[in-house]
Design a protein around this ligand. Sequence first.
Ligand code: ARG
Length: 294
Amino acid sequence: MSTSPESTAAAAHPAPERIAQHRRYLMCRPEHFTVSYTINPWMEPQNPTDTATALAQWQTLYDTYVALGHDVELIDPVPGLPDMVYTANGGFVIDGTALGVRFRVEERRGEERPFMDWFARHGLEVVEPVEIQEGEGDFLLVGDVILAGTGFRSVGDSHREVAEVFGREVVSLRLIDPRFYHLDTAISVLDPVEGPGGVEKANIAYLPTAFDDESRRILAERYPDAILVSDADGAVFGLNSASDGRNVFVSPRATGFQAQLRERGYNPVLVDLSELLLGGGGIKCCTLELRGKS
Ligand code: ARG
């Protein structure tokens, strides 16, 4: 009997058992989805978009979340706001408090009020933002720490503001590649509670080339077990994934990342949002986590 190098390595470091945790998400049906302006390098208004395809792909994501036991709330889409489907940019919600957003770009400012109104109507305590920031697009909760992106959309002062609002440590990271203009296009939070422990934590995955040197140094120091994702998988928005701690909702095109996830004990669940990528968004962009009071 022969043992392959892979199985030897796996036996030496067995992947920890991952635990799925219940999630509550906010999504927005892409009824008015189109690409009519350019605010990131993915958007090319001259290329046709198909709203029916966007709706069908989005519905698959919705159905997948529900089938795995998660709650999905819906906000009504507003005509003339084609980017509202990317609800990650609608706010940042922890412990029943929702910090609203202030978009950098004029084209999306009409979304700010509808999201804050939705939060208020659903029993969340709403904090009106002062500084420019784009919600969970640039703020990610990992354990007790908030990772905060800047460079393209959210401004550095918003990092101080989010620290004050939530009373948590904030780690600022600088994005340098315009294709990865929001933090959630370059980092994926796989397990915010750091899993059941063990040698291999791997609770985040990231695309090293999306960050400046100092940010890469910070990430390597804080997350030595992180999954480092290839440029090829990054370029198909592989990192724009959602996770419940076990199931990782990921683009079918990010094949290398899927293999890395399996090695670490995660279960990749493939959902294709190719039509929504025409607007520069993927799975995570279409998903805002609603974290209630713990
Ligand atoms: N067209 C949108 C924009 O450029 C896409 C937003 C993607 N959202 C995200 N969380 N990365 O603002």
